[in-house]
Design a protein around this ligand. Sequence first.
Ligand SMILES: C[S@@+](CC[C@H](N)C(=O)[O-])C[C@H]1O[C@@H](n2cnc3c(N)ncnc32)[C@H](O)[C@@H]1O
Length: 241
Amino acid sequence: MSQEKEGKPQRVRRVFTSIAFRYDLLNTLMTFGLHRNWRRSSIRLAGGMPKGGRGLDIGCGTGDYVCEMLVSSGGTARLTGVDFSREMLNVARRRFSGEIERGQVELVEADVTDLTFLPEASFDMVTAGFALRNLAEPGRALGEVFRVMKPGGAFVSVDVCRPFPVWLRPLAEFYLRFAVPALATLVAGRAGEYRWLHESLAVCPDRHELEGVLKDAGFTEVKQVLYGLGVVAGHLARRPC
Ligand SMILES: C[S@@+](CC[C@H](N)C(=O)[O-])C[C@H]1O[C@@H](n2cnc3c(N)ncnc32)[C@H](O)[C@@H]1O
């Protein structure tokens, strides 16, 4: 398929396929190493991963939220990661090879807007790290997430989200539009792919709209928390009991 004709899912898969080998390093450089704290904090604010609980990470990529859920549960949770980029999953497969062998972690190559292969009401926690912005149909994916969550289960997401604080807007725009692609060129030889970060912000729901999308999907106790001077939003929500 020519690049002009490809839709959002095809473009997103191509972007992450091409940067998978450097994704973790780029993420760390771009966020000054803070991205792990944001995921960890969002899980803690949702009450933590229950001991022996079941967790699902949508758009799991290389598995950072899988890792945080595992740590939060004291190494006792059973976890599923879903992503449609085989190359991103391959990095995660190397990282969790022991847990995969023991049947504690499973990684599934699939589109998160169709989770029909997962049973209803089966997860205590569902996470989405920098994933919702990449979805062509976030409402559809969140409807699926709602279906597979146990009543009382927690959904947590962190992502770059507009609107940015007014005082920071010019700097944040400059950083995302120019500095991030420049860094990606330096580290991975891929500027074009990281332009997606800036472009995707223009077409995804802002952090307030995202609250509405979560409520429309049936979630309650929808809350926001801001990280990274307000450039990154954490969203917390619960499937009602
Ligand atoms: C920015 S990466 C985030 C990876 C990881 N969650 C993290 O916190 O670093 C976004 C991931 O979402 C995946 N993704 C985007 N749209 C998807 C979809 N519709 N179905 C499955 N995976 C998707 C991409 O392949 C990519 O690995």
